[in-house]
Design a protein around this ligand. Structure first.
Ligand SMILES: [Zn+2]
Length: 353
């Protein structure tokens, strides 16, 4: 029997934006991502949100326990964020950092899932952001103005990002899940301490995939998918190896009954398929060598963390050319590309101990 071909072998990569939720399903969501990714930046919009050092310590313990349950993912490393709000005192930032926070997440009020307690007045957050700058914590921004028309929300928020860049001259900022050419242009105008993440679904899809034929609720997310010219701007930036852009899946599970209903939740669940489909995206773009920098180097460099693969003991993953069909459900969640064939299987390589 001939052995299946290996497309590429890389260090087990990073996902710098993911929703692991909490409670009974945390274990499944953790396993789904831990099969492909070693480090993830876990978002704080749980219920209740992560806002105190105790919240972070407790959440890390829950994730680590969930990852360890079946004994396969001891190396899995959650990186933590806290949620900015008027109830988070600037004086708590040092303790948040000590409890494991590498970033704070800014949600404009009402912009996305569980953001009803988000920020309405950016000025109110200035003492907190100042403390983050002093502690060298990253500010992650969901950059949408929820009062603007849905397709214009990201562009409408860009002046606020520019203001923050100007007002905090040492603050590192990540423009999360950018979706427009406007955001790429703005990013290019900012200093190197401003980076951006891009999701898989915003690279592979545009608004027509959501509403162009039948409605596909499993592609409904915030920020919403955009026109093809914006999608192309993102694809071009990633396939040119844009030095300030790295991977953040924004994988966001919602139970099927919360997606296939009259009032559907925003979020696309890409964790189970993100790595093989990203690899295929880079292969099809004739830029396979760009995969590793996008998911193993640039995010780590931005956050000041060791790159995946920098230790001999860091696990490797191989993308093996063995097509498989994405299951209809992962637990109660419909994954991205459910029912479709994915060309590669992710295989974790032995770790030298
Ligand atoms: Zn998100």
């Amino acid at each position: 029997m001939t052995r299946p071909e290996i497309l590429i072998e890389i260090p087990k990569p990073d996902d710098f934006h993911i929703h692991l939720r909490q409670g009974a399903e945390l274990q499944q969501y953790t396993h789904d991502v831990a099969r492909s990714f070693r480090r993830v930046l876990a978002m704080p919009n749980t219920l209740p949100p992560l806002k105190t050092p105790e919240d972070l310590r407790d959440y890390r313990a829950q994730i680590t326990k969930a990852a360890g349950v079946i004994g396969l993912f001891e190396e899995f490393t959650p990186l933590l964020t806290f949620k900015l709000g008027s109830d988070v005192p600037a004086t708590s930032v040092a303790a948040l950092k000590k409890a494991g926070a590498v970033a704070g997440k800014l949600y404009p009020q009402g912009a996305t899932t569980n953001s009803e307690d988000g920020v309405q007045d950016l000025g109110e957050m200035y003492p907190l952001i100042e403390a983050m700058e002093a502690e060298d914590l990253v500010l992650c921004i969901h950059g949408e103005d929820p009062t603007a028309f849905s397709l214009n929300r990201e562009a409408a928020f860009l002046p606020k990002v520019a203001q923050l860049v100007q007002d905090f001259p040492r603050l590192r900022i990540v423009m999360e899940h950018i979706t427009t050419s406007d955001a790429v242009t703005a990013l290019n105008s900012f200093p190197d301490r401003v980076g951006a993440t891009i999701t898989l679904h915003h690279l592979l899809n545009n608004l027509d995939d959501l509403i162009g034929g039948f409605l596909n609720p499993h592609l409904f997310c915030k920020p919403v998918l955009k026109a093809p010219n914006h999608q192309q701007a993102l694809v071009a930036a990633v396939l040119q190896g844009h030095p300030k852009i790295f991977f953040g899946s924004d994988s966001a599970p919602h139970a099927v009954d919360q997606k296939e209903c009259a009032v559907g939740c925003a979020g696309v669940y890409t964790a189970p398929v993100a790595l093989p489909l990203l690899a295929e995206f880079f292969r099809a773009g004739d830029f396979l060598q760009g995969l590793e920098p996008f998911i193993c180097h640039r995010g780590a460099d931005f956050y000041g963390l060791p790159r995946a693969g920098s230790l001999a003991s860091d696990p490797q993953v191989a993308l093996v050319a063995e097509p498989w069909t994405v299951p209809a459900r992962y637990g109660r969640v419909v994954s991205y590309a459910a029912g479709s064939t994915v060309p590669y299987r992710v295989e974790t390589r032995e770790v030298q101990k």
